[in-house]
Write a protein that binds this ligand. Structure first.
Ligand code: SF4
Length: 84
């Protein structure tokens, strides 16, 4: 699934599913991952299997940040990932 791609409604360009799994706060995926991927595959089952119970709970209860703050975070994360 990591290679799946879709247009990111927050960034405007294509991102891989892998990117979505690492672009959230701390060690959890982006808070929109359920909304963005449910039509492609069973993302809930996948994340239940791959995250710890505590990470999954935090993800389900994560809230969106104000748009500017989350954009700044996404840009910072993209810069960090481009150096890997
Ligand atoms: S899950 Fe987040 S990073 Fe991934 S496409 Fe959706 S909004 Fe973009």
């Amino acid at each position: 699934m990591d290679h799946f791609e879709r247009r990111c409604p927050r960034l405007g360009g294509n991102v891989s599913f892998h990117y979505c799994t690492i672009s959230g706060d701390a060690d959890i995926p982006c808070f929109k991952i359920f909304d963005c991927w449910w039509e492609y595959f069973d993302v809930v089952a996948y994340l239940k299997k791959t995250l710890t119970e505590e990470q999954f709970h935090r993800l389900v209860n994560s809230k969106p940040k104000p748009k500017v703050a989350s954009l700044v975070d996404l840009i910072g994360q993209a810069k960090k990932n481009s150096k890997l």
